[in-house]
Design a protein around this ligand. Structure first.
Ligand SMILES: Cc1cc2nc3c(=O)[nH]c(=O)nc-3n(C[C@H](O)[C@H](O)[C@H](O)COP(=O)(O)OP(=O)(O)OC[C@H]3O[C@@H](n4cnc5c(N)ncnc54)[C@H](O)[C@@H]3O)c2cc1C
Length: 458
């Protein structure tokens, strides 16, 4: 079936808009948060409901095309002519049951909407650093957020997934209905079908003490070394990370941070303010007078202020990995490739403390990668057109420099695109995922890091 026949067929059966690549509106509909990614699919389906998603999958399969899905484009990978791109951005909505402590979340919903629906009930989701990220894509990739060391990955707390399978059929997948598919969906990201909604657990959060402390100059190295010794001693109800930041020399950036390398230490605790401040004392001593210190008692609704991730689209290359620990020679190596004395086009190199519940298997086991990591590494290199070629080289360079301390695995959500599945999952998990993929998607319709898997790959 050629592309115009495909679009005609899709338009005939789908209630939402169907846009060919050249149609006005196609670029806007498929625009990703990561502006470095430009989709050029055969067709973009602006799904209006789950039935539209199912029809798109069925028709794409019959036409011999692949299927990709995008909610926000925070984790976008470019799609081409062989693909029908299903846009879920109109499938939004959250229903909270405060008694059962569960939220039903539609495919295109961002964390902001879930947080705003949960917090008035004294509850919080396992959302991450930016509430602009899509709740469903994040969760299917694992999802490591502000409550992660206490409660684990977001994927560990999924009760059901409403799924459009590779056949185009719709099913509610639970631990009871289809245990192997349910195992694979939670951590296998988008390789097994399109979720049209998920049911996730919410958690009581009565107090939250968090924020960020930003230092510059010699304090960058001092706080980094102190963090390496201090972070592993923290209790599980605390999450923390550090990020080496290079803010551009532009007016929007406050003068002390403009064009220099700074270090942001992030902190979030569900304990009391007194305990949090006592835990922070060793860091405050080393930090001296930070350029910014926002750590204090806050509403969980304000957690975006901890990482201060950019809310608007930007072009970037993302890479990641997992580290076995944070010894002094690693810190030295990190400063040598990304510290204040190095001229390199990097936006951020981040180390998040893992451990706690992240290291333990989920109550209902799943395919989440990365429980073995002591720290998660995340590298962001800006990739506007002049830096498009160099950005992947720069980001890969940081990951390579820290390879001696790598677990050899990665979080799906931080891995970046184009990396081999072997560098994400442990071999035993990957073998099982391969079998689940072959059973669920034998024609290899869906993309994601498992796109090269499945029997009879095209
Ligand atoms: C600024 C920023 C902050 C981030 N913070 C965190 C964080 O704190 N913790 C963390 O774990 N991750 C974090 N991430 C990574 C993020 O969770 C992943 O990029 C995730 O894939 C984004 O999901 P999305 O739906 O928003 O993005 P999209 O680009 O729309 O989707 C990404 C992928 O998710 C899958 N997917 C999306 N929707 C569906 C669906 N309905 N059914 C099946 N598969 C689907 C597909 O494989 C798709 O290609 C962050 C990313 C950014 C850019």
């Amino acid at each position: 079936m050629d592309t115009s026949a495909l679009c005609e067929r899709l338009a005939h059966e789908i209630g939402g808009d169907v846009l060919a690549a050249a149609d006005p509106g196609a670029a806007a509909e498929s625009a990703a948060f990561n502006a470095a990614v430009v989709h050029r699919p055969a067709a973009v389906v602006a799904a209006r409901d789950a039935a539209d998603v199912a029809a798109a999958v069925r028709i794409a399969g019959e036409a011999g095309r692949r299927v990709a899905v995008q909610a926000t484009g925070h984790g976008a990978a470019a799609t081409g002519e062989d693909t029908v791109l299903v846009s879920t951005r109109r499938l939004t909505g959250v229903v909270v049951d405060p008694v059962a402590r569960v939220a039903r979340v539609a495919a295109g919903t961002r964390w902001r909407e879930v947080i705003d629906a949960a917090v008035p009930h004294g509850l919080a989701p396992l959302s991450g650093s930016s509430s602009g990220v899509g709740a469903v894509g994040y969760t299917l990739g694992g999802g490591m957020g502000h409550l992660a060391r206490r409660h684990g990955f977001a994927a560990d707390h999924v009760r059901s997934v409403d799924l459009v399978r590779a056949t185009g059929e719709r099913a509610r997948v639970t631990a009871g209905s289809d245990p192997e598919l349910f195992w694979a969906l939670r951590g296998g990201q988008g390789g097994f079908g399109i979720a049209t909604a998920v049911e996730i657990d919410l958690f009581p959060v009565h107090a939250f003490h968090g924020g960020a402390m930003i230092v510059t100059g010699p304090a960058v190295a001092d706080v980094l070394y102190a963090f390496a010794a201090w972070a592993p001693t923290l209790p599980e109800h605390v999450t923390t990370s550090v990020a080496l930041l290079r803010m551009p020399p532009v007016d929007e950036v406050p003068p002390p941070l403009r064009g220099v390398v700074s270090l942001a230490l992030r902190f979030g605790s569900t304990g009391t303010a007194e305990e949090a401040e006592a835990l922070l004392a060793p860091i405050r001593r080393v930090a001296g007078a930070p350029v910014l210190d926002s750590i204090g008692t806050m509403s969980f609704a304000a957690v975006d202020g901890i990482h201060m991730d950019p809310p608007d689209p930007l072009p970037a290359v993302f890479r990641g990995g997992l580290l076995t620990g944070l010894p002094g020679d690693l810190v030295e190596g990190l400063l040598a490739v990304a510290g204040p004395d190095v001229e390199v086009p990097l936006a951020m190199v981040e180390l998040r403390l893992m451990g706690g519940a992240l290291a333990r298997p989920a109550a209902v086991p799943n395919a989440v990668a990365g429980r073995e990591g002591a720290f998660a590494l995340s590298v962001v290199a800006p990739a506007p057109p002049p830096l498009a070629e160099v950005a992947p080289v720069v980001a890969d360079g940081v990951v390579a420099a820290l390879a001696p301390w790598s677990t050899g695995t990665s979080l799906v959500n931080f891995a970046g695109h184009g990396v081999a599945a072997e560098s994400i999952w442990r071999p035993d998990v990957l073998d099982r995922l391969r079998r689940a993929k072959a059973a669920a998607d034998p024609r290899n319709l869906f993309g994601g890091p498992l796109a090269e898997l499945g029997a009879g790959a095209r």
